[in-house]
Design a protein around this ligand. Structure first.
Ligand SMILES: [Zn+2]
Length: 110
């Protein structure tokens, strides 16, 4: 009993050290960009100009939650805040496009 608790006590500091090394500051991601005031105000402006309408061909859903989609993706060097690179999509079209892009990226990796 006594020796077991001694062992636990000696292991603990090691675990804490490893944890401290694993926890790094969050990297800057594209997700952070989508929360920025610049992006939010641009989206606000585009929806005011174009209407709250999905711009996907064959969709055109209105009065729905709108997502700004970069036609040339950020990862491919597309401009972040250029309205001509942004398409307004409804949630369903946005999800479809995101999944298709992810599939394409996965395929390119092999
Ligand atoms: Zn749509």
């Amino acid at each position: 009993m006594h020796s077991r608790s001694m062992r636990l006590r000696s292991i603990k500091p090691t675990i804490r050290q490893i944890d401290a090394r694993v926890v790094k500051p969050k990297p800057k991601t594209a997700d952070a960009f989508y929360l920025s005031p610049e992006w939010r105000s641009l989206m606000h402006r585009l929806i005011a100009e174009r209407g709250r309408r999905c711009e996907e061909v064959g969709c055109g859903r209105v009065n729905t939650r709108i997502f700004g989609d970069h036609i040339v993706e950020l990862k491919d060097g597309g401009p972040l805040l250029d309205p001509s690179n942004i398409k307004l999509l409804c949630g369903s079209c946005h999800t479809t496009k995101t999944l298709a892009q992810r599939a394409r990226r996965m395929a390119e990796r092999f």
